[in-house]
Design a binder for this molecule. Structure first.
Ligand SMILES: NC(=O)c1ccc[n+]([C@@H]2O[C@H](COP(=O)([O-])OP(=O)(O)OC[C@H]3O[C@@H](n4cnc5c(N)ncnc54)[C@H](OP(=O)(O)O)[C@@H]3O)[C@@H](O)[C@H]2O)c1
Length: 248
């Protein structure tokens, strides 16, 4: 069966783990052609080995604007055009406000905000008319989590930028919408510095939410799938909250 993503070319940033990698699996199963990025060559290689389908890996650190421009130049050189762009690469480096370092602030903003902005800008010449951009935001935009100030601000900053871009880029057929996951079991918690016991306790605390459990990438994929496909052509600047009711 041919799906609406059959033969669509989609670029996913940060697809070496978690939601990005799971989305890559799902889109390939529907016949999409993918370009995936990662900041680490060996993890990128490992991701491509796991994926079954038409995948081009590109080493590109979301915090490095020169690398972003090189990636866009490579795509243009190879005459690759995109029907979709999933701005997924992101980090969560929690820090109590009083102790938050300038390095923590700037690295979070560079990866979660500046990176997506300049990735989209650099890839404008590659984006088809029409094309869909999906930003992986966070429930943290609207629900306060202690120690997540800069994380929340980085996601809200891109959402604010996207509102303007939905006007500026409309004539090029580009639309931008966001998915806001709630707490989802991925590597992000360990990368945030939590040990296994803390992660398990955190996940168990979610048993009291309406959905009754921590979310998994499989819970997030259908919304990404919808927003990246032509089925959502009428949406501009929409936010799909997938938090299992945590924010109620
Ligand atoms: N999990 C959650 O609870 C949750 C909730 C709300 C929103 N989100 C958002 O969902 C997105 C995916 O997160 P996840 O939970 O799937 O985390 P993950 O498992 O850690 O995956 C994040 C991906 O982004 C990549 N990445 C990180 N920094 C990068 C950089 N500078 N350049 C390029 N790639 C980079 C990672 O690469 P490496 O493999 O090299 O680390 C990895 O492929 C993020 O934007 C995150 O903020 C997650």
């Amino acid at each position: 069966m041919q799906t609406s993503l059959h033969n669509k070319t989609i670029l996913i940033t940060g697809a070496t783990a978690g939601i990005g990698l799971a989305t890559a699996h799902a889109l390939l199963q529907q016949g999409a052609k993918l370009i995936i990025t990662g900041r680490d060559q060996s993890r990128l290689y490992h991701a491509v080995k796991q994926l079954d389908g038409n995948v081009i890996p590109v080493l590109c650190d979301s915090a490095n604007i020169a690398q972003i421009q090189q990636m866009a130049a490579q795509l243009a050189r190879d005459k690759i055009t995109l029907d979709g762009l999933i701005l997924n690469a992101g980090v969560f480096y929690p820090a109590p406000f009083e102790q938050m370092s300038a390095d923590n602030f700037h690295s979070t903003m560079a990866i979660n905000f500046t990176g997506p902005v300049f990735t989209l800008q650099a890839l404008l010449p590659c984006l088809n008319n029409p094309s869909s951009v999906v930003f992986i935001s966070s429930v943290a935009v609207q629900k306060a989590f202690s120690e997540a100030g800069v994380y929340s601000a980085s996601k809200a900053a891109f959402e604010g930028f996207a509102r303007v871009l939905n006007l500026e880029l409309a004539a090029r057929g580009i639309r931008i919408n966001s998915v806001r996951p709630g707490v989802t079991a991925t590597e992000i918690q360990a990368k945030a510095g939590m040990d296994d016991a803390t992660i398990n306790g955190f996940f168990e605390s979610l048993n009291t939410t309406p959905v009754g459990r921590v979310l998994t990438p499989a819970d997030i994929i259908p919304a990404i799938n919808y927003l990246i496909s032509d089925a959502s052509i009428g949406l501009r600047n929409a936010y799909i909250d997938i938090d299992g009711g945590f924010g109620l």
